[in-house]
Ligand binder design. Structure first.
Ligand SMILES: [Zn+2]
Ligand SMILES: [Zn+2]
Length: 339
């Protein structure tokens, strides 16, 4: 029987279409992607081409190397074609009570994840992924000091289907003076849940998911990786810290190390099990300088692009998921961790 399921954290409904369900292994891509070169002389993100990007904001690089020179491990640079303008003021406007907005303020940076042109999180070394996640946190904390910013969205688009326009491994941050609509719904749900139960909805979901076991993919001392009960699409995967923590910026060093390891592990399983699919991941953070510290809990959402979205999903916001999260979790558990 097909089932409607609701994701209590996001408030969103999905249809788990078990009648049309595919076996997890059926989502494996048969066509292999062309293997990129380790270094591409024309790539603006490859070492040696540092002058092709705007001036670097922060980097993980040895102390004896100068900014915008070679030798770095991770670089953060402003997006050359930003969606938003960091120099603008936050100017609200409104016309006829109908047309309102804010003149273009915001920050749009690129993380160059690694100097190697041909790698991705699944194939990078454990140490290299750690460095990237430490830089995510460092940039998050820098941006949080800017009072004009309300929300810091860190995300990674991998592959053409996920919206990546450059091949070189990179992530992005978009810091906005508004709270995105989906985030606002998630925050409202968390507040309502807290008001009734005096508990964090993410902490309770983690506890219940661990108890039920069937949707858990991986568990470590500090993190859980699971397929949400109401997955929007096959292999949607969440990575959450077990310690209640409202702000990604307050993640402890030991947690960043473990988060990097576990992200590499789950993305490696997806890479092997599904044949290197395109994907997006985003850090579902909470508003900058959040005051509701007991109610909100950050996590990472991974969305492999194994099926296209269709009109019904765009019109209704209800996603039809053609696999059962219990089955995809079992499949991902059966794949071994990277070395
Ligand atoms: Zn490159
Ligand atoms: Zn919590």
């Amino acid at each position: 029987m097909p089932e409607f399921r609701q994701n209590r954290i996001t408030g969103e409904w999905v249809i788990i279409a078990s009648e049309r369900a595919s076996r997890p292994e059926d989502f494996h891509r048969d066509v292999s992607k062309p293997k990129p070169p380790t270094h591409n002389p024309a790539c603006p993100f490859c070492p040696g081409n540092e002058r092709m990007t705007p001036t670097e904001i922060i980097a993980d690089r040895p102390p004896d190397t100068a900014p915008d020179s070679e030798g770095w491990n991770v670089r953060v640079v402003p997006n050359k074609y930003p969606a938003l303008d960091p120099s603008s003021e936050v100017d609200w406007f409104e016309e006829a009570n109908l047309f309102n907005g804010i003149a273009g303020f915001g920050v749009h940076d690129v993380f160059i994840d690694t100097p190697r042109h041909d790698l991705t999180i699944a194939t990078m070394s454990r140490r290299a992924v750690e460095k990237l996640f430490f830089v995510y946190r460092a940039r998050y904390n820098q941006l949080e000091k800017n009072e004009k910013i309300l929300m810091i969205n860190i995300f990674r688009n991998y592959g053409v289907k996920a919206g990546a326009s450059l091949e070189h491994p990179h992530s992005q941050v978009l810091a906005t003076p508004i709270i995105p609509t989906r985030t606002q719904i998630r925050l409202n749900v968390a507040k309502e849940y807290y008001d009734i139960h005096k508990r964090c909805i993410v902490c309770d979901t983690i506890e219940a998911t661990l108890k039920a076991k069937e949707r858990v993919v991986l568990e470590t001392e500090r993190f859980i990786v699971f397929e949400p009960f109401a997955s929007q699409s096959p292999f949607e995967t969440w990575v959450a810290p077990k310690r209640h923590c409202a702000s990604f910026g307050e993640t402890l060093d030991a947690e960043i190390v473990e988060l990097a390891q576990i992200m590499r592990d789950i993305l490696h399983r997806i890479y092997v099990g599904l044949g290197d699919p395109d994907y997006n991941y985003f850090i579902q953070a909470n508003p900058a300088r959040t005051k509701h510290r007991d109610k909100y809990h950050w996590f990472v959402q991974i969305m492999p692009r194994v099926v296209p979205s269709v009109g019904f999903e765009l019109s209704s916001g209800i996603y039809i998921c053609t696999s059962k999260p219990e089955d995809t979790a079992r499949f991902l558990r059966s794949i071994s961790s990277p070395r």
